[in-house]
Write a protein that binds this ligand. Sequence first.
Ligand SMILES: *[C@@H]1O[C@H](CO)[C@@H](O)[C@H](O)[C@H]1NC(C)=O
Ligand SMILES: *[C@@H]1O[C@H](CO)[C@@H](O)[C@H](O)[C@H]1NC(C)=O
Ligand SMILES: *[C@@H]1O[C@H](CO)[C@@H](O)[C@H](O)[C@H]1NC(C)=O
Ligand SMILES: *[C@@H]1O[C@H](CO)[C@@H](O)[C@H](O)[C@H]1NC(C)=O
Ligand SMILES: *[C@@H]1O[C@H](CO)[C@@H](O)[C@H](O)[C@H]1NC(C)=O
Ligand SMILES: *[C@@H]1O[C@H](CO)[C@@H](O)[C@H](O)[C@H]1NC(C)=O
Ligand SMILES: *[C@@H]1O[C@H](CO)[C@@H](O)[C@H](O)[C@H]1NC(C)=O
Ligand SMILES: *[C@@H]1O[C@H](CO)[C@@H](O)[C@H](O)[C@H]1NC(C)=O
Length: 339
Amino acid sequence: MAISSLLSVFFFFFIIFVDGQCLDHQKKLLLDLKIELVFNSTLSRNLVTWNLTHDCCKWGGVECDGFGRVVSLDLTSEGISGRMGGTSTLFRLTYLSELDLSSNDFTKSEIPNQFHRLTNLRDLDLSGCGFIGSIPPTVSNLTNLVYLDLSRNSLTGSLPSFHLCSQLKTIDLRDNHITGSLSYLDFGSLTNLSSILLDQNSLNGSIPHHLFLLPSLRMLILSNNQFIGQIEEFPVVNDLQWMDLSNNRIHGPIPISFFRFQNISFLWLSDNLFDGTFQLRNIQSLSKLTHLSLSYNKLSIDTTNLSSNSDRFPQFDTLLLAFCNLYEFPYLENQSSLA
Ligand SMILES: *[C@@H]1O[C@H](CO)[C@@H](O)[C@H](O)[C@H]1NC(C)=O
Ligand SMILES: *[C@@H]1O[C@H](CO)[C@@H](O)[C@H](O)[C@H]1NC(C)=O
Ligand SMILES: *[C@@H]1O[C@H](CO)[C@@H](O)[C@H](O)[C@H]1NC(C)=O
Ligand SMILES: *[C@@H]1O[C@H](CO)[C@@H](O)[C@H](O)[C@H]1NC(C)=O
Ligand SMILES: *[C@@H]1O[C@H](CO)[C@@H](O)[C@H](O)[C@H]1NC(C)=O
Ligand SMILES: *[C@@H]1O[C@H](CO)[C@@H](O)[C@H](O)[C@H]1NC(C)=O
Ligand SMILES: *[C@@H]1O[C@H](CO)[C@@H](O)[C@H](O)[C@H]1NC(C)=O
Ligand SMILES: *[C@@H]1O[C@H](CO)[C@@H](O)[C@H](O)[C@H]1NC(C)=O
């Protein structure tokens, strides 16, 4: 019994840690991919060096698992251009868990609707590639996805549903032309979601309440969209540290709930239609708050009833209160930069 378990432990480590030699069919797929891709050999560091003479697991940008199967492909900034079709050999590299095609030039081509075939994908980075069209709905079928970066493209249409992607930690779709609202999306099952970056799009509608209730949320960036509506108070259940809602059309009072995130360090609410009176003492106990902007709203700032104990005031790197009606300017000792 003991010997057989020792043996199985031995074989387990043997299989996992012996450097896998590239499997022939994996090597063939990579070479087919190289032939198929149009790339500038002056700019390419990896693709240009791929050739038959080597173990493909040692090629630049390629990583294999212990069985010699390609699990990671890094083709960032390889000078690849042209169109990527749904029949690309890429979609036959089904063991891939990480794929980085960022900073290539697929201008005027759509993201092929075949990524769901790469069922093992955990990290997908197609940022800065010039992709147009909408995000293929079958991205929603990548149930192992942890990190999704489609930022800095020219994507249009609405967001796909991510409710099956329960492992997601980061959704980065910033700097596209995505439209529609977030309210129909079910983020509720995404218990590991920690960063949502959707800034610089054309999203509208109100900001759904349940976004603030994601248990792992640390960063919420929704600036430079067309969000409207009022944000109701909500129970604080996570440790949000970075929130940017600036440059939208959100109205109503600033929820006091925002100032119950104990570790918040960046809170940017400028260029909205927030109104009412904001009590500056709300921020007084937020010792990690270093960047706060309330500028260009319809707020009045009440600076009365600040605690006289100035150690209790955050040490700002940036505090912006332009075009807020200040009843009196607060006495903020030792603040390095105020505007
Ligand atoms: C390849 O890239 C180099 C360096 O940017 C550039 O000078 C050259 O014109 C490019 N070649 C083609 C065919 O685009
Ligand atoms: C094949 O790759 C190796 C290592 O990158 C390189 O030294 C060799 O010149 C390449 N051969 C050809 C024909 O490109
Ligand atoms: C994607 O998931 C949806 C919902 O579970 C399912 O109906 C659809 O058939 C899947 N599509 C593919 C291509 O697997
Ligand atoms: C969240 O992440 C942890 C560890 O990173 C993992 O064990 C767990 O399965 C994940 N939860 C979900 C719902 O994916
Ligand atoms: C949101 O934008 C979509 C298309 O971009 C539009 O059809 C819809 O009317 C807008 N909704 C609101 C509430 O502005
Ligand atoms: C704030 O950060 C500290 C230190 O990183 C951590 O111990 C604490 O649990 C955090 N607070 C909340 C509400 O998560
Ligand atoms: C501010 O402090 C004064 C004097 O302590 C108190 O009468 C007043 O109710 C306080 N205002 C608020 C809004 O707490
Ligand atoms: C302000 O800064 C000076 C010099 O850094 C320090 O001696 C002083 O104790 C500080 N005052 C407060 C109230 O933090």
